[in-house]
Design a protein around this ligand. Structure first.
Ligand code: B12
Ligand code: SF4
Length: 449
């Protein structure tokens, strides 16, 4: 039996061509361990899905790519007449909206539900309702209509060290290998889907992490690692343990790391251990220069003073620091926008702005619920409208974007602040990993704007 995973993507998503997002890679590896004779393929090319003549197609999609996911599913149904399963963030946030192109949707962590779906399909050659009714963590249709969707309870979360190595589409010597050492985040920001998707933060142990690094050296001659964890630094003792293990195994100078933190975690000991590990650059969610707004959108733990400390300490430890910002957040005033510009001005040349966004209501977040209440979004909307990527286009289409803060600041004013920040402070695309090792900044230097 052959299963083909298709990763729905945005046309400009260059990164996918070099390194696929790892979600399907994790699910595929888990399936291969459960069913050793299963032929698992992963592609981001619709024509390849058809050409591979699969028995079952599994599509991964975030909301912004959902239109493509649906088109490919329709094409598969028409040209191959095999069932299509949908997984990933979009269906996890909106399970009640399971479109007719899909036989079932997998919600949240995909490994266990997908195993049961594959087991069912291998045994019966179909997805009978009686079997679907007992598969945990899926949505499915009991009848033939769109309103007949049933949502099953979630299975237990997987202990992270039970996960196999994900399937990867990279070749030996790949620069900037992406890697995860955890699932989820310790916080719950109003605009972010992550915690709601993953549940409580679960970290791989330091031992598992270092062993995976060793496998990446063996298989790909890895040197530069881009850690995509939401919050790599959440457990400081784990960071210390990783730094010690790498030193003990003679790997201290082997890797350069790039990864995410929150600014409140910044402290000398942690950044010292990060440097010992080989960290070159850290990113954090800046969001705004207004303390009042920051606390409102992220929680009382967040502060502009922490942002400042994170930048100062990062530089003191020879780390390149970058942060992303958002404009148009519910409750934001013109004074808040001015505070953001002032913060950027104060730190001009000291850190990179690696993303500037219009606050967008992502399904599964409180801002989505707010947008629903305001009638700005619906389950039948064109989900392409949520794809507001300032970082890549360096502009935004005022007529198409969904704006949550009209009662406080006109959208045109936000557009002016956007242009001001864009023109005054250089930005880098949020999705591009930092420069490869050879050209990355040396310790103690900064490569800031
Ligand atoms: C890394 C990342 C990227 C990287 C990918 C780089 C790479 N080559 O790996 C880049 C920069 C390209 C990127 C781009 C975008 N991203 Co992004 N990204 C992430 C991030 C940080 C990690 C994603 C990831 O790999 N997670 C780890 C894997 C293991 O998880 P996973 O993919 O979700 O898969 C698991 C389950 O969801 C499920 N699953 C997933 N797919 C499938 C499919 C099937 C069939 C099954 C059964 C199960 C299943 O099982 C998997 C294992 O348990 C997440 C936040 C997060 N922490 O997850 C945001 C996130 C996914 N991105 C997001 C967005 C909005 C985007 C963009 C649209 C941004 C933009 N405007 O350009 C694009 C879309 C591109 C795309 N097609 O994915 C949002 C999605 C929100 C939503 N509700 O849809 C997230 C959640 C960020 C956020 N907090 O808001 N992204
Ligand atoms: S800290 Fe980052 S990943 Fe965690 S909930 Fe907030 S925005 Fe999401």
């Amino acid at each position: 039996m052959r299963i083909v995973f298709f990763i729905a993507s945005l046309p400009e998503d260059e990164l996918h061509r070099h390194q696929f997002p790892l979600g399907p890679g994790y699910v595929g590896a888990w399936l291969q361990r459960e069913f050793p004779d299963l032929d698992v393929r992963i592609t981001a090319t619709p024509d390849e899905v058809i050409a591979l003549r699969p028995d079952l197609v599994a599509i991964s999609s975030v909301t912004q790519c959902y239109n493509q996911a649906r088109q490919v599913a329709a094409r598969v149904r028409c040209e191959l007449d095999v069932p299509v399963i949908l997984g990933g963030y979009h269906i996890s946030a909106l399970p009640q909206r399971l479109d007719l192109e899909f036989a079932a949707g997998v919600l949240g962590e995909g490994e266990l539900p997908m195993t049961e779906l594959v087991r069912c399909f291998r045994e019966t050659g179909a997805f009978p309702a009686a079997r679907l009714a007992v598969v945990p963590g899926i949505c499915w249709r009991e009848g033939s209509g769109r309103d007949d969707v049933r949502i099953n309870p979630q299975p237990p979360r997987i202990p992270p060290d039970d996960l196999p190595r994900p399937l990867r589409n990279i070749s030996r010597g790949a620069r900037n290998i992406v890697m995860f050492s955890s699932r989820g985040c310790a916080y719950r920001c109003e605009f972010c889907a992550s915690t709601r998707h993953w549940g409580r933060l679960r970290n791989h142990s330091a031992r598992f992490f270092v062993d995976e690094l060793k496998d990446l050296v063996r298989d790909y001659d890895a040197t530069s690692i881009y850690l995509l964890d939401d919050l790599f630094f959440a457990d400081r003792n784990r960071v210390f343990a990783i730094a010690d293990l790498l030193a003990a195994e003679g790997l201290r100078d082997r890797f350069t790391f790039h990864g995410f933190t929150t600014s409140n975690l910044a402290e000398d000991g942690l950044f010292d251990a990060a440097r010992r590990m080989g960290f070159r650059s850290i990113r954090f969610g800046g969001e705004t220069g207004s303390d009042r707004l920051l606390k409102r959108m992220k929680g009382s733990w967040a502060s502009v003073a922490s942002h400042q400390r994170c930048i100062d300490l990062g530089l003191a430890h020879g780390l390149e620091v970058s942060a992303a910002f958002m404009l148009g957040t519910p409750g934001e005033t013109v004074e808040d926008l001015d505070l953001t510009v002032e913060f950027l001005e104060r730190n001009r040349g000291r850190f990179r702005i690696n993303g500037l966004y219009l606050t967008t209501p992502i399904p599964g977040t409180p801002y989505w619920d707010l947008a629903l209440a305001k009638g700005l979004v619906s389950l039948d909307m064109d989900f392409d409208r949520l794809n507001i990527d300032f970082g890549k286009t360096m502009s935004f289409d005022i007529d198409r974007c969904i704006y949550l803060n009209a009662e406080n600041v006109p959208l045109e004013t936000v557009g002016r602040y956007y242009a001001l920040i864009r023109d005054r402070f250089a930005m880098v695309d949020h999705g591009t990993p930092p420069a490869p090792v050879a050209t990355a900044v040396a310790a103690g230097e900064t490569a800031c704007v």
